[in-house]
Design a binder for this molecule. Structure first.
Ligand SMILES: [Mg+2]
Length: 327
């Protein structure tokens, strides 16, 4: 069965939106910004074979396509407002589209981020998905920008790291891991939970933030460069996915420092925010680990428990240099 562009939109991507929003179905969408807010926007592009496996479950892909964008809004401290979806398909299949839409809408509904428009095309080069997310910040609020980190700030991480990378390497055939470990880490790769509530709650407490999409070492160095400072991090404090403890040191190290697709927030905050941040972790049921601090000296230094200090370069994932899959 073949589906035309208009029937794809009408059948799968036209779920009702709130009164007052003109959503899918006209030449453009229209909605009002909430009073006293500024608009924040971001976009991500996912390409089959590069950012996701061809046989990934469509509901999972629908979730992830939106999740990576909501993670960027979270890293700004922004509240989701609405999203737009562009999708290129080689052969539209109703079952696939239905499951993709279910995964997408479930996350959109969870964060009240209605799908208000987009486009569907046929693609000769595999499935291509692009999501634009719109969000808001309180009017005049700068947000958790990368360039707001200050010397002596504490450095924090949400959740845990390494799980998505271990699952990805196993699914690519690079590493052999047990079925139990793959089962325990695969969710991290395929269904990341964007830290939307955390990002907004950090606005009054934190200075700067970035979401860990390309690897901690690389993403943190973007923040350090923008903030004109360096950082010390403690290996012992880095939140390793609990199932990774028994893996060889070199695998753990790569997964935690260079593994992409984590979609956790790395943020800096003044020392006076410590108690509030610890309480926030409890209130949101999200582990928050204090892993180091910002320094006047440039560069990123990793302190091992035995007194060894190592200088880290940004060896995360670079979309233009390596052929691996990361979102
Ligand atoms: Mg980001």
């Amino acid at each position: 069965m073949t589906l035309g562009e208009f029937s794809v939109i009408a059948r799968f991507f036209s779920r009702p939106v709130s009164p007052g929003i003109l959503g899918v179905g006209d030449d453009a969408a229209r909605l009002s910004l909430p009073p006293d807010t500024d608009l924040v926007s971001c976009k991500d592009l996912l390409i089959e074979g590069r950012h996701f496996f061809s046989d990934v479950a469509p509901a999972t892909l629908g979730h992830k396509a939106l999740a990576v964008n909501l993670s960027d809004l979270a890293a700004m401290g922004a509240k989701p407002l609405a999203c737009l979806l562009g999708i290129g398909l080689t052969a539209p299949c109703p079952d696939w589209l239905g499951d993709f839409a279910d995964g997408f809408y479930r996350l959109a509904d969870q964060w009240q981020c209605p799908l208000i428009g987009g486009d569907t095309i046929s693609s000769d080069f595999g499935t291509v998905i692009s999501v634009t997310a719109l969000g808001t910040l309180p009017k005049g609020e700068l947000g958790l920008r990368r360039d707001r980190g200050q010397i002596d700030d504490d450095l924090w991480l949400s959740g845990d790291l390494g799980g998505a990378d271990v699952a990805l390497r196993a699914l690519q055939g690079d590493d052999k891991i047990s079925p139990e470990l793959l089962a325990a880490t695969r969710e991290r790769l395929e269904r990341p939970e964007p830290r939307v509530a955390l990002g907004q709650a950090l606005l009054p407490l934190a200075h700067a933030a970035i979401d860990v999409s390309d690897g901690l070492a690389q993403d943190l160095q973007h923040l350090l460069k923008a903030s004109h400072c360096g950082a010390e991090i403690q290996w012992q404090q880095l939140p390793l996915h609990p199932m990774l403890q028994t893996l060889p040191e070199n695998i753990k190290r790569l997964a935690v420092l260079n593994g992409g697709d984590a979609y956790e927030l790395c943020f800096t905050a003044p020392k006076r925010s410590r108690t509030d941040i610890e309480q926030l972790a409890i209130a949101l049921s999200i582990p928050l680990s204090r892993v180091g601090s910002l320094t006047q000296a440039p560069g990123l230094r990793l302190h091992h428990g035995n007194g060894l200090v190592e200088s880290l370069s940004a060896q995360g994932f670079d979309h233009f240099k390596r052929g691996e899959q990361h979102g």
